[in-house]
Write a protein that binds this ligand. Structure first.
Ligand SMILES: [Fe+2]
Ligand SMILES: [Fe+2]
Length: 372
């Protein structure tokens, strides 16, 4: 298997396992699920030009794609666990499989295993238990980078956010470890803005959005020379800025079209709900509570909730990161904007809804990155 094929296989597994986890967290109608299944099929398409089917199997606790052992990471381990949980040791996909059929497969894997729930074979997807003997090539090694940290922490983050939605308060502190990994990866970068490379390829989704805002906030804070415990707190605050969204009904949160007045009122309550929740969580920095409450209040006092006082700098940074991420993300109803378009919109808001100096320093660093 060529490095490209292995890369595509890894991408497929990441998209597929993320789709399964998203169905578990939200439900099958979440628009991100279909996007992920489409992405997963697209990732297999180049491989299907050379073969009629692909088989992914477990041999000796390792995941084998066709005849090659895949390098371990959390997505690979998650797929191994999912297959095991369903008492399976292989899955075989036909080259004619459509994203809808992969969606049904992901839905089957998202449910707790009961005998026969997922293992009904179709002409596009076959499952089973098999004892396989095979000569297996060694995996390629890959260096640690931001994308890997993001992938490896997916389960932990989903677990934490699921607990938030259920009102549990004792797991949130685990986010600190994820932020520490980001910070140490930042320290390995010559230019802090290079660390933003992974955010470019991601879509909207609470995990992706939260890690994007975390990376963007950490980059802004590093540009200001912030280090040490404050940097950690800024990263944790970013990860949790939208925690209140876990209390918004999913039909409102995931509505693809425009919100009506009543839905918009509910949505506008997420800063208060998030702050109220975090206030009672042990081990959460006060900065995270304040940021959750203030991140939609403008520099000029516009936005929500109503506030008449000067905001915390981390709240200003978070609203800059939030707006940048929203403008650069593809949504069902809009294409992502180019950097020049984003630059002109955000420059126009500097000194109004956005903090002027923080916005200019962020945009300057980003335009230098663009030029490179
Ligand atoms: Fe928000
Ligand atoms: Fe946000």
């Amino acid at each position: 298997m060529t490095p490209t094929t292995e890369h595509l296989a890894q991408q497929f597994i990441r998209s597929f396992t993320t789709a399964i986890a998203t169905i578990r967290l939200y439900d099958i109608t979440h628009p991100q699920v279909m996007n992920l299944c489409r992405q997963a099929i697209d990732q297999l398409r180049p491989i299907f030009t050379e073969t009629n089917d692909v088989t992914i199997k477990i041999i000796n606790d390792r995941l084998i794609f066709q005849n090659t052992r895949l390098a371990e990471n959390l997505s690979v381990n998650r797929l191994i666990k999912t297959l095991r949980d369903h008492d399976l040791s292989f899955i075989k996909l036909d080259s004619s499989i459509h994203s809808n059929e992969l969606l049904q497969t992901a839905a089957g894997f998202s449910r707790p295993f009961q005998s026969g729930t997922v293992s009904t074979a179709t002409d596009k997807v076959a499952y089973g238990k098999v004892a396989v003997r095979s000569s297996v090539q060694q995996p390629s090694t890959a260096g640690t980078n931001f994308q890997e940290i993001i992938d490896e922490n997916f389960d932990k983050f989903m677990d934490i956010f699921q607990n938030i939605g259920h009102g549990k308060k004792n797991h949130v502190a685990g986010l600190g470890e994820i932020v520490e990994q980001f910070i140490s990866a930042f320290c390995d970068q010559g230019n802090v803005m290079f660390a933003l490379a992974p955010i470019r390829s991601m879509d909207e989704y609470l995990y992706i959005h939260s890690t994007n805002i975390c990376l963007l906030n950490l980059a802004q804070a590093r540009l200001l020379g912030i280090t040490g415990p404050l940097l950690n707190d800024i990263g944790i605050a970013a990860m949790l800025h939208d925690a209140g969204k876990m209390f918004i009904p999913s039909e409102v949160l995931n509505k693809p079209g425009k919100l009506d007045d009543r839905e918009w009122e509910l949505m506008r309550d997420h800063p208060r709900l998030g702050a109220q929740y975090l206030l009672n969580c042990p081990g959460i920095p006060r900065l995270a509570v304040v940021t959750a409450y203030e991140h939609h209040i403008g520099y000029d006092g516009t936005g929500y909730p109503v506030s008449f006082r000067k905001l915390n700098p981390c709240s200003y940074m978070t609203s800059i990161s939030d707006i940048y991420d929203a403008l650069r993300t593809r949504r069902a109803y809009k294409e992502p904007l180019s950097f020049d378009q984003i630059n002109s919109i955000m420059s126009g808001s500097a000194g109004k809804s956005l903090h002027p100096h923080l916005t200019h320093s962020f945009l300057t660093a980003l335009s230098q990155l663009e030029q490179q």
